[in-house]
Design a protein around this ligand. Structure first.
Ligand code: PMP
Length: 288
């Protein structure tokens, strides 16, 4: 069965969905995106993802192409058109549209390009959850507006490839001696039983999963704080976790070839992983 996508107002098979070469997304990476996990047909935190999309669009001054009701309608339609997929990952991309190549914005009459597609949601297999993963560090070579979920991801691509070249799961980035995030995930550490997260600012993407983790910590009495994490604290952490919509929460047990904690996912991780799965089950049962 062929996947159905939404492109500029129409639902059509993936193979038939094409974009002109002068689309500014293709030419400049001039656009933003979202990735929304869908469990058993229920989008996870849809409103929060749509809020972040709205914010990304505002930040780069692309007018909102659809209102909230229309986004919800498209999401619902695509989820049911792709119901042959078990769990889904909804991908939304909006670019500034098609115009002759010029860096300055095109006239306001140019309509944004809107693509929504559904892919299989691939979460980490249980073996990886139980063993944890390895990661490396690198200088954060990205720009200063990492809070925007921009499709121009060249720095992230190069950083993530460094991880692939080292046969590890993720690259954790350091800017001016402080942890920012992973190339495609947020990062938490645990120090003496306390969960620590870097503050949201222009140097990291405000992760939807990041918020869920902090909410669960609050609700279940896990000591936690949001504060800058120095390289030294990162390297001497008892636990390091990655979080994202597709990775959920995953333990890092080796950093730059050095063991973190005991070399196995730690006790706070195990607790949070269980809480996260329980929370997901709740969403699947209740749809919200
Ligand atoms: N930071 C970056 C750079 C990312 O690409 C992602 C994944 N989109 C995240 C953090 C995690 O965000 P979320 O929890 O919303 O998936």
């Amino acid at each position: 069965m062929s996947d159905t996508v939404y492109l500029n107002g129409s639902f059509l098979p993936l193979e038939q969905a094409t974009v002109p070469v002068l689309d500014r997304g293709f030419i400049f990476g001039d656009g933003v995106y979202e990735v929304i996990p869908v469990y058993s047909g229920h989008p996870f935190r849809l409103d929060e993802h749509l809020d972040r999309l709205t914010n990304s669009l505002d930040e780069i001054r692309i007018r909102q192409p659809l209102d909230r009701a229309a986004w919800r309608h498209v999401a619902r339609e695509l989820i049911s058109a792709n119901h042959h997929l078990q769990d889904q990952s909804l991908y939304i991309q909006v670019t500034r549209g098609v115009a002759p190549r010029d860096q300055a914005f095109p006239p306001a009459t140019v309509t944004p390009t809107v693509l929504v597609m559904s892919m299989p949601l691939v979460t980490p297999p249980v073996e990886l959850v139980e063993s944890g993963v390895s990661a490396i560090t690198a200088l954060d070579i990205r720009w200063q507006r990492c809070n925007i979920k921009a499709v121009s991801l060249l720095a992230n691509v190069l950083l993530r490839q460094e991880a692939a070249d080292h046969d590890v799961a993720e690259t954790l980035m350091l800017r001016d001696g402080y942890l920012t995030e992973g190339s495609s995930s947020n990062v938490f550490i645990v120090k003496q039983g306390k969960l620590l997260a870097p503050p949201k600012n222009q140097y990291m993407l405000p992760g939807i999963t990041y918020d869920v983790i902090l909410e669960l910590a609050e609700r279940h009495g896990i000591p936690h704080a949001v504060e800058m994490i120095s390289e030294e604290r990162l390297r001497s952490a008892d636990e390091i976790w990655l979080t994202s919509s597709t990775k959920e929460v995953l333990a890092v047990v080796s950093l730059d070839g050095k063991i973190i904690g005991t070399g196995e996912p730690g006790p706070v991780f195990s607790r949070m992983y269980a809480l996260y799965q329980e929370f997901k089950q709740h969403i699947m049962r209740t749809g919200g």
